[in-house]
Write a protein that binds this ligand. Structure first.
Ligand code: C2E
Ligand code: MG
Ligand code: MG
Ligand code: MG
Length: 280
């Protein structure tokens, strides 16, 4: 896999390419150390149902707190973890931590809360994944229906032969599967029809143009219609304004995630922000 570092990001001079490679290798070593030293943590962003009080799910979002104290967002290290294969070990930690935290939230009174976990290609093409997930769920006492795996549409369309059987197995076990960043990944509708998914997540780039951008408005309405006809739930991500929320509700989107209603939070912050009295 090491050779792919040379071919990725081919623009720039040889010296630039070399320093990019050196940075990548340094980060790989740092990520390896981060796993051992427990430098990763999860932030949970709420997903709301029909009203802003009813939190139906949380999305687990990984962060890396480096020894100096600065927190690195996933877009800056997940690609390196993917290329080096470290994502598989990181992903195992994410699933364990997320299920452990969910069990704690359930005990604290968030009884029917679901956790959404992001998965990258190398994690998901592992045929042992369903068995590994079941072992974690059992160890934590979490029901499979409370775990939803988010896959990007691009991943599913690129490696359907490897991905779809794993999706089928997970659905049979009772887990949910969601297509993340929907609309960005050149989906083939004929293939989509065959995917055993439970929900679609409208990519933030379409939500951001609502309600004024006519193209975005048309795309979002089309995805909502598609979801309705295919009996899939549709989640809007990246909702930042009241006008966006209003538009989404008007066109039947009931699952909302975004900074307007809640930023990613640690478990204690989540509990403090949503005291028991506002739950069902
Ligand atoms: P994603 O799965 O599409 O997650 C949504 C991202 O949008 C998150 O960024 C979230 O903080 C951000 N977001 C949510 N609402 C808003 C909003 O209203 N405005 C804006 N500007 N942003 C919003 P984050 O946490 O930086 O994660 C970025 C990506 O990193 C994720 O995109 C996901 O693809 C990946 N990722 C995060 N955690 C994991 C993980 O545990 N494993 C893997 N494989 N990938 C992960
Ligand atoms: Mg996601
Ligand atoms: Mg997304
Ligand atoms: Mg994304």
């Amino acid at each position: 896999n090491g050779l792919s570092f040379f071919s990725s990001g081919t623009s720039g001079t040889l010296a630039e390419q070399r320093s990019a490679l050196a940075r990548q290798l340094t980060m790989e070593a740092e990520l390896q150390r981060a796993l051992v030293n427990h430098e990763f943590f999860l932030a949970y962003q709420p997903v709301f149902g029909r009203d802003a009080e009813h939190m139906v799910a949380v999305e687990a979002l990984i962060r890396w707190r480096r020894p100096g104290g600065d927190v690195v967002p996933p877009d800056l290290f997940i690609p390196v973890a993917e290329q080096s294969g470290l994502i598989v070990q990181i992903g195992r930690w994410v699933v364990k931590q997320a299920c452990h935290d969910l069990a704690q939230l359930h005990r604290a009174g968030f009884t029917d809360l679901q956790v959404n976990v992001n998965m990258a290609a190398p994690e998901f093409v592992n045929p042992n994944l369903p068995g590994e997930l079941m072992a974690v769920l059992q160890a934590c006492g979490v029901a499979p229906r409370h775990l939803c795996l988010e896959l990007t549409e691009g991943l599913v369309m690129k490696q359907p032969d490897k991905v779809i059987p794993v999706m089928v197995a997970l659905r049979q076990l009772g887990c949910k599967v969601s297509l993340d960043d929907f609309g960005m990944g050149h989906s083939s509708l004929s293939r989509m029809k065959m995917l055993p998914i439970s929900s679609l997540k409208i990519d933030r780039s379409f939500v951001s143009g609502l309600p004024d951008d006519r193209g975005d408005a048309a795309i979002v309405r089309t995805i909502l219609d598609l979801g309705r006809h295919m009996k899939l739930q549709v989640i809007a991500e990246g909702v930042e304004t009241d006008a966006q929320l209003l538009f989404l509700r008007q066109f039947g989107c009931t699952l909302i995630q975004g900074f307007l209603l809640g930023r990613p939070k640690t478990v204690p912050e989540l509990m403090a922000a949503h005291p028991q009295t506002t739950r069902d």
